[in-house]
Every structure is written in structure tokens, then in C-alpha cells.
Design a protein around this ligand. Structure first.
Ligand code: SF4
Length: 416
């Protein structure tokens, strides 16, 4: 039976490194773009045979800043993927773009080439805040980008916003949300600032210049409530969409579906194996040019692990989890997990309407702790009972499972 697959391209180039960013991204490295493009095209070509048996239904160009990489290169990659004949006509094809590096002619060409979804990195509607976090665009440029996107006939446009930024107040955050809602995007992602070690902004950790945890929590709850009033349905901790505009590609990550990543630091999940490409653009180019190792991390996941991922990822979404789905992946006692969820319900952190457990917005705020507790409950059940044999009707993930070593994965996913 043909299976569905998501494709991810990691484009690690940026015009400048934002001061909070800990993604794998390179500033001042435009000179490497030509070689990187060649490597991506080689990788795609090498993978052609491996895509047999799959229909591709989502493609996502993330970064980094794909728009800074250039529309021509993105279109060339999409065309190369199309030539492999596995891409479904109704696929969702997304590119992340930044307001400073996208023009109407670029967007028009991309739309004509088949891109049908944009994710615009706006982050704040206040120019002084944008400056503080190292963004190189203004809010006016973001407004223009959205206007251009509509003019280029993109009907599915998402905006990224951040809260918990330096100097941000509840009032300025409320203004961010209302200004962005006024632009009528189809989807909004709201991310709380997390200061990672090694980033320029890390020196601000615990400083009074940042909203404290309580204020960040209030900002989050305000966003959930405000966006609901504006007709955006929350479908994941940080993601809100107009009806039918949920990100199909990102839903693959949260519902345990398969995806294959191209480019440095790109992750893949095939069968029951997760793996990551080398997180270095030069090493990735070398791997494609000279055959040096492509995959630097690999993990085969057993049924118990898959069930744990189902709990962890499912509880990030408003679709939530069910005993029935859990037991189809890992047929064991669910009572310990349920007991924990009932305790959360008592505190208003979880609900169980129509047989599915999900976290409430208050629960999402402390989801790390709650999900950790659910996983503890899962582990204590396995300690008291040996892992049961997998039945025949496990989820498609388990049915299609493969277990690979690193070199097998290297060979398999490079088509060697
Ligand atoms: S544009 Fe995005 S990926 Fe690039 S540095 Fe800024 S936050 Fe990081």
C-alpha cells in the first residue's frame, strides 16, 4: 500500500543572526549557497528510488531563512522533487519567509511554481522590540510582505509572533495580537521566548528587562483567549488556525507520521527510526560530494517508545490522546496513565470530553511537567509488566517498522 510522506528542506542561511536564535543557521555565509544547493539536488537524486512506495503530500522549506536563499533556488528544488513523480497535486507546500527578503515578483514566481503556503516571521509589531532581538525588518515590511503574499494569490499564510520579549508589556503584546489579527492571516504561531545558552541574548536570563514567568503565562493565556475570539482555533500548544488551515506538515510531527529531511541538521522519521543529517552545511556538502557520513544521529524506537512519543506529542495538541489509540501502538494497561490525567483534571489542567484526554490552556503552560508525569506513569507500568508482544493490528507506524543501524540508514536514505 502506498504511504504518505512529508518532505523537509533545511535552508540554514540567514541575512543576520537574531540575538535569541539557537536554530542551526548561518549568517554571512551566502558564498556557500551554490555548493549547498548542489548538495541538496544530489541528495534528492540519490533518494529517488527510496521514495518509491510513498506519495508526498507535504513539503516544507524551513530554516534559516528560505526567502534569503532565494526564490530561484527554492523553485529549482521543488521542480526537482516534482520530477521524481511522487508529489501529490493537492500537496501543502510551505516556505518560511522573512519580511526583509521577500518581494512580490519572488512570491508570484513561487506561487506559480506550486508553493501554496507561506510562514512569515514577524515576531513583533513594535520596531523597537524587533531591533532589540536583532531582527532586521520593521513591522511595515511585515505588513507589506503579507499584502504581497495575497497579491501573489497565496491563500494560506501564517504569521509567527513571540511573547516574553525584552521590554514587552501586556499592553504591547495585546497590541501585537490585534495588529496581526487585523492583517487577517490564516494561521498564527505564538512562541514564548526561551533563552538558550550560547545565544547573544542569554546574558539577559533572569534579568528585569524580560517579562517574568507570571507575566509570560498571562500573555499566553491572553493569546489563547483573544485568538479564539478572532476565530482562530487552537490545535497545538503554540499554534492557532482558521478552520481547515492547520499546518498539515507540522501535524505530521505531532501525530507520528513519516517525513524525510534534506539538508544539514534536518531530521527524518521513517518506519520506527528517527535520524538526523550532520548539523553542519560544509559537512553535508562533503557527504554529498565525497561520500563522508551523512547521518550523525540515529535511533530505532520500539513499541513502548512509540507509545511514549504518542503520549508526548499527542498531549501537545488539542486533539489529545485516547486509550484506544495508545493500546493499538502498545497494548498494555492504561490505568496508571489515566489516573495521572484524572489528577490533572482535578486541577483544571486536563479535560476528557468524548473519550479523549487533552490538556487545557493552563495545562499547556506547564506541559513539560505534566507530560513528564504521564511518561513516568507509563514507565512505572512497564516496570511492573514485561513488554507485551506486538499484535498484528498495530498502527501503521509499527506495521511499517524498520530497524536500522547508522551505516544501513546512511546507505538506505542516500540510495547507495
Ligand atoms: S531569521 Fe530565524 S533562523 Fe535566522 S537567525 Fe533569525 S530566528 Fe534564527
Amino acid at each position: 500500500m502506498e504511504k504518505h510522506l512529508g518532505i523537509y528542506f533545511h535552508i540554514p542561511f540567514c541575512a543576520r543572526k537574531c540575538s535569541y536564535c539557537d536554530f542551526y543557521s548561518l549568517a554571512g555565509a551566502s558564498g556557500q549557497m551554490g555548493a549547498y544547493q548542489k548538495a541538496l539536488l544530489t541528495h534528492l537524486q540519490e533518494s529517488a528510488d527510496r521514495l518509491d512506495g510513498y506519495y508526498i503530500d507535504t513539503v516544507y522549506f524551513g530554516g534559516g531563512t528560505p526567502s534569503f536563499y532565494g526564490a530561484a533556488r527554492l523553485i529549482e528544488l521543488l521542480d526537482a522533487l516534482k520530477r521524481q513523480g511522487r508529489l501529490l497535486v493537492e500537496s501543502e507546500i510551505t516556505a518560511e519567509v522573512n519580511p526583509d527578503s521577500v518581494t512580490l515578483p519572488d512570491l508570484t514566481r513561487m506561487r506559480r511554481a506550486g508553493f501554496n503556503r507561506l510562514s512569515i516571521g514577524v515576531q513583533s509589531t513594535h520596531d523597537e522590540t524587533l531591533k532589540k532581538i536583532g531582527r532586521i525588518h520593521s513591522f511595515a515590511a511585515a505588513e507589506k510582505a503579507l499584502k504581497n503574499a495575497r497579491e501573489a494569490r497565496f491563500e494560506n499564510v501564517s504569521i509567527d509572533l513571540m511573547y516574553g520579549l525584552p521590554g514587552q508589556t501586556m499592553e504591547s503584546w495585546a497590541e501585537d495580537l490585534s495588529r496581526v489579527a487585523a492583517l487577517k492571516p490564516d494561521h498564527i504561531s505564538c512562541y514564548g521566548l526561551k533563552l538558550a545558552e550560547g545565544t547573544e541574548m542569554y546574558v539577559l536570563k533572569d534579568s528585569p528587562f524580560l517579562p517574568d514567568d507570571d507575566l509570560q503565562a498571562d500573555m499566553y493565556l491572553y493569546a489563547v483567549e483573544y485568538l479564539a475570539r478572532q476565530g482562530f482555533i487552537q490545535y497545538e500548544i503554540s499554534n492557532f488556525a482558521k478552520k481547515g488551515r492547520e499546518s498539515r506538515h507540522n501535524m505530521k510531527y505531532w501525530t507520528g507520521q513519516e517525513y524525510l529531511g534534506f539538508g544539514a541538521a534536518a531530521h527524518s522519521f521513517i518506519g520506527r527510526t528517527r535520524f538526523r543529517n550532520v548539523p553542519d552545511a560544509a559537512a553535508y556538502c562533503r557527504a554529498m560530494r565525497e561520500g563522508s557520513p551523512l547521518i550523525d544521529q540515529i535511533e530505532s524506537i520500539d513499541a513502548f517508545g512509540l507509545a511514549g512519543e504518542y503520549l508526548m506529542l499527542g498531549l501537545r495538541t488539542t486533539r489529545g490522546i485516547s486509550e484506544d489509540e495508545y493500546r493499538r501502538i502498545y497494548p498494555s494497561d492504561f490505568s496508571g496513565i489515566e489516573e495521572r490525567l484524572k489528577a490533572f483534571e482535578h486541577y483544571g489542567w486536563a479535560v476528557n470530553p468524548n473519550g479523549r484526554w487533552r490538556l487545557t490552556p493552563k495545562g499547556f503552560l506547564i506541559s513539560n511537567v505534566l507530560i513528564g508525569q504521564v511518561l513516568d506513569a507509563q514507565s512505572s507500568q512497564v516496570q511492573s509488566a514485561p513488554e507485551p508482544a506486538a499484535p498484528e493490528d498495530l498502527s501503521s507506524l509499527v506495521e511499517n517498522a524498520v530497524s536500522l543501524t547508522q551505516s544501513e540508514a546512511d546507505a538506505m536514505f542516500r540510495g547507495i
